[in-house]
Design a protein around this ligand. Structure first.
Ligand code: C2O
Ligand code: CU
Length: 540
């Protein structure tokens, strides 16, 4: 096990895409940002120097940080932002993660331009649970806004309406051949005939799930969210914002060019989405005449829910002798959390109407405070958060029923759920059709959880637990809650600290679709969280 050091300089950089130029925040001038490479169990130090114009934090998405929430990163949840001109050195403690994770800014919408891959190779002396690939490549799917991203969300929050959608998706920072002024720079994956490539695919898109595929080539999905899975041969995959997928692709077709494409999966939601298709090119090495037209993969349509559901149902943990899993069979605590879009009464003059769009968990629209919750918890600072996040939704709330006679308005609050160290937790998330029905990619910090069940309609406590997979459920950190359906997750609360739980659609998170789990210390030093580093960024 070794220590690795990185230096990230956050700086404004000029980029030109879709025929127009803008200045945007980047890490080391790169978009996507630099890849962090490590081996299982390593410790990584990343010194982040902020040369931008506003405070920013960085989150290490999927790194569990055992006992170490101080370096998890979400702004005003575990730390205050790193102010312009200041630096902060993050410490990443890798434990059981292996495969692909990613890092991104966790302040406002700055993650649109501030993100990159975390590649975690097997520990020295161990290998992949599949034949070793000939080469590896990182594929980051992103969102491109012609304008300033911070302005997009600032304006939407001021007026209470839906933020503008992005102007295109990108693969490794490029919109691809289907867009103006983009052809020259389309990302190319150069391959040798007969070789197998491990693609580490990250969905860094701001607000949309994606269908992804490569013309003429089958995908074999072998990992998700920093853990291996039973191999899934497939023609396409679904990937939600926040998720990562490890995919083997063999260059076994006639040497030529083939499109890689990524496009919207909206699951029928009737709201504005970016529905562009971004492309990259698989280009075989060798002597041949480039094709006149490059084939596109056939991907499911944007509303093809059954294509998405059938892909998702295939994902199973490896759960082998070498990769054992530890799914709780008995549960100490069960939470039932409804996830919905709502309205809030407008209080600001700038508001576009009497109400503004909001979002909630158990009808609490999460309000971020000026002091981070971790510090407030550690130092017992009063007035920052309350410990009364409800374990069940309000009773009168028939979330999936007829919405015509119920109140869709919600209230803001900074409410957290306290959990005891070591308890076996089950959370059932229930999707709702308040305001609008759609999927929510839910992400929990500090943990990987087991997705033991998923279904349509209202969760039924009598029947649905019988269908749980307690043998080889996927062990992941982000999962799409199907619209007006439910999912059940389980985990052992063995990582003490303050952990954010939120929808990874950025607009929903900005509207308050979030809460915080505080896992209390155990009775020993080894089961307690670390002391804070002396140099935490101060809160203003
Ligand atoms: Cu990928 Cu709270 O984030
Ligand atoms: Cu959501």
């Amino acid at each position: 096990k070794s220590e690795r050091y990185y230096r990230f300089v956050l700086e404004d950089t000029e980029f030109t895409r879709l025929c127009s130029t803008k200045t945007m925040l980047t890490v080391n001038g790169c978009f996507p940002g630099p890849t962090i490479s490590a081996r299982r169990g390593d410790r990584i130090f990343v010194d982040v120097l902020n040369q931008g114009n506003y405070g920013v934090t960085i989150h290490w998405h999927g790194v569990k940080q055992p006992g170490n929430p101080w370096f998890d990163g979400p702004e005003n949840i575990t730390q205050c932002p790193i102010q312009p001109g200041k630096n902060f050195t993050y410490e990443l403690i890798l434990s059981t993660e292996e495969g692909t994770l990613w890092w991104h800014a966790h302040s406002d919408w700055s993650r649109a331009t501030v993100h990159g891959a975390i590649v975690i190779l097997p520990a020295l002396g161990t290998t992949y649970p599949f034949p070793a690939p000939d080469a590896e490549e990182t594929i980051v799917i992103g969102s491109w806004y012609k304008g300033d991203v911070k302005a997009v969300i600032d304006e939407a929050l001021a007026t209470g309406i839906v933020p503008n959608v992005s102007n295109s998706f990108t693969i490794n920072g490029q919109p691809g051949d289907l867009y103006p002024c983009s052809k020259e720079n389309t990302y190319r994956l150069r391959v040798d005939y007969g070789k197998t490539y491990l693609l580490r695919i990250i969905n860094a898109v701001m607000n949309e799930e994606q269908f992804f595929g490569i013309a003429g080539h089958s995908l074999i999905v072998v990992g998700q969210d920093g853990a291996y899975i039973k191999p899934i041969p497939t023609e396409y995959m679904v990937i939600t914002p926040g998720q990562t997928m490890d995919v083997l692709v063999t260059a076994d077709q006639a040497p030529s060019y083939y499109y890689i494409a990524s496009t919207l999966f909206a699951d029928g939601a009737n709201v504005p989405f970016d529905n562009t298709t971004t492309t990259a090119i698989v280009q075989y090495n060798g002597n041949y005449t480039p094709p006149l037209s490059i084939p596109l993969p056939t991907l499911p349509g944007a509303n093809d829910s059954s294509a998405a559901a059938s892909y998702n149902s295939l994902i199973r943990s490896l759960a082998s002798e070498d990769h054992p899993i530890n799914v709780p069979k008995e549960i100490d605590r069960c939470l039932y959390i409804t996830v919905s879009l709502n309205l809030l009464p407008c209080t600001e003059a700038s508001c576009a109407g009497p109400t503004r769009i909001a979002a909630s968990m158990n009808n609490v629209s999460f309000e971020v405070k000026a002091i981070d919750i971790l510090q407030a918890y550690y130092k017992s600072i009063k007035g920052v958060f309350e410990k009364d996040f409800p374990s069940e939704p309000p009773r009168y709330f028939d979330f999936t029923g007829n919405v015509s006679d119920i109140d869709v308005t919600t209230a803001r609050g900074t409410k957290v759920k306290m959990l005891n160290y070591g308890e076996a937790v089950e959370i059932v998330f229930q999707g709702t059709n308040l305001s609008v029905e759609m999927n929510h990619p839910l992400h929990l910090h500090g943990y990987s959880f087991f997705l033991v069940g998923r279904g349509k309609g209202n969760f039924n406590n009598e029947i649905d637990p019988k269908s749980y997979n307690l043998i080889d459920p996927p062990e992941i950190n982000t999962v799409a809650l199907p619209k007006s359906g439910w999912i059940a997750i389980r985990f052992i609360a063995d990582n003490p600290g303050v952990w954010f739980l939120h929808c990874h659609l950025e607009r929903h998170s900005s509207w308050g679709m979030a809460t915080v789990l505080i896992v209390k210390n155990g009775s020993t030093r080894a089961t307690s969280m670390f002391r804070p580093p002396v140099y935490m960024p101060p809160c203003s």
